[in-house]
Design a protein around this ligand. Structure first.
Ligand code: DC
Length: 238
C-alpha cells in the first residue's frame, strides 16, 4: 500500500527486547508504506557514544550529573541516505550510524537510557518527529510512553539464545572480535535494566500485538506486520 496523499496516515510503534530484529522490520515497513522510519535505540546509543567520548562513562565510572549538564550540547539528527533507504543518525553533524553499533556502546547504553533527563530530551525530539504521523518508530517505550495513542503497536520478543546468536553473527560479519557468551550476557543485562528501570520501563502495551519471532524468518515477520499495518490503515480511512 503506497502512500497516498488522500489517505490518513498512522503511527506504528514497534517495541520489544534487544536484538529481536525490530529495526529490520521497521525499515522495510517504512519503505513499503513510504513512511518515515525512526530508530530511537540509535538516539540512546548516540548519547552513550557522546558520554564515552567525553569521559562521562567507562568501565569504572558513570558521571551522570556531568552528562546531564552537557545534554544541551548534544544535537541529534537523522539524514536520509538514498543508497541505504533510511535516515542515518548524526551527532553534532557527525555521521555515527556505524560507530554506535559496537558491543562497547551496547554495554553502556542501558545505564545511559535509564537517566530520566536523557529520556526527557529524547522523547521531546521523538514527539516532534512523529507529529505529522506517517511514521514507524522502534524502541522500548514507544507504544507505552511516547505515542500511547499509536494506531498500531507491535511488541517483539524471541528467546535470549536466538537473539544473541543473531547479534553475534551480525557483529562477526562486521569484523568485531566478540565471544558468543559476552553477547548473550549483554542481551540479558540489557533486558534486565531496560525492563526494571523506574522511568519508562520496557513492557508490552495492553493493546500491542505480541510477536515471538524465535522461529520466524524475516519474510514471514514482514508479511504478518505488513498485513496488520494495511488493515489498520484501511480501518482508519473507512
Ligand atoms: O534498540 P537498541 O538495541 O539499539 O537500543 C539500545 C538501548 O537503548 C536499549 O538497550 C535500551 C535503550 N532504549 C530505550 O531505553 N528506549 C527506547 N525507546 C529505545 C532504546
Amino acid at each position: 500500500m503506497k502512500n497516498n496523499i488522500d489517505l490518513k496516515k498512522i503511527i506504528i510503534a514497534i517495541d520489544g527486547y534487544s536484538s529481536t530484529g525490530k529495526s529490520t522490520i521497521a525499515k522495510q515497513l517504512a519503505t513499503e508504506l513510504e513512511y518515515i522510519y525512526v530508530d530511537t535505540g540509535a538516539m540512546y546509543r548516540a548519547v552513550t557514544y557522546y558520554a564515552m567520548h567525553n569521559g562521562f562513562i567507562s568501565e569504572e565510572h558513570f558521571d551522570r550529573e556531568g552528562l546531564i549538564a552537557q545534554l544541551n550540547n548534544i544535537e541529534l539528527s537523522f539524514i536520509f541516505n538514498e543508497d541505504k533507504g533510511f535516515g542515518e543518525i548524526y551527532l553534532n553533524g557527525e555521521n555515527i550510524e556505524e560507530a554506535i553499533r559496537t558491543l562497547r556502546v551496547s554495554n553502556f547504553v542501558s545505564a545511559v537510557a535509564a537517566v530520566p533527563e536523557v529520556r526527557k530530551m529524547q522523547v521531546k525530539q521523538q514527539l516532534e518527529l512523529g507529529k505529522d504521523k506517517g511514521i514507524v518508530m522502534d524502541g522500548r517505550d514507544i507504544g507505552t510512553v511516547v505515542f500511547p495513542e499509536a494506531e498500531l503497536k507491535i511488541f517483539m520478543t524471541a528467546s535470549a539464545d536466538k537473539r544473541a546468536q543473531r547479534r553475534y553473527d551480525e557483529l562477526k560479519t562486521k569484523g568485531e572480535k566478540v565471544q558468543f557468551a559476552e553477547v548473550l550476557k549483554n542481551i540479558e543485562e540489557r533486558d534486565f535494566i531496560d525492563s526494571n528501570r523506574e522511568d519508562s520501563p520496557l513492557k508490552q502495551a495492553p493493546d500491542a500485538v505480541l510477536i515471538d519471532n524465535s522461529n520466524m524468518n524475516i519474510k514471514e515477520q514482514f508479511a504478518l506486520i505488513r498485513q496488520l499495518a494495511v488493515d489498520k490503515i484501511k480501518q482508519v480511512n473507512n
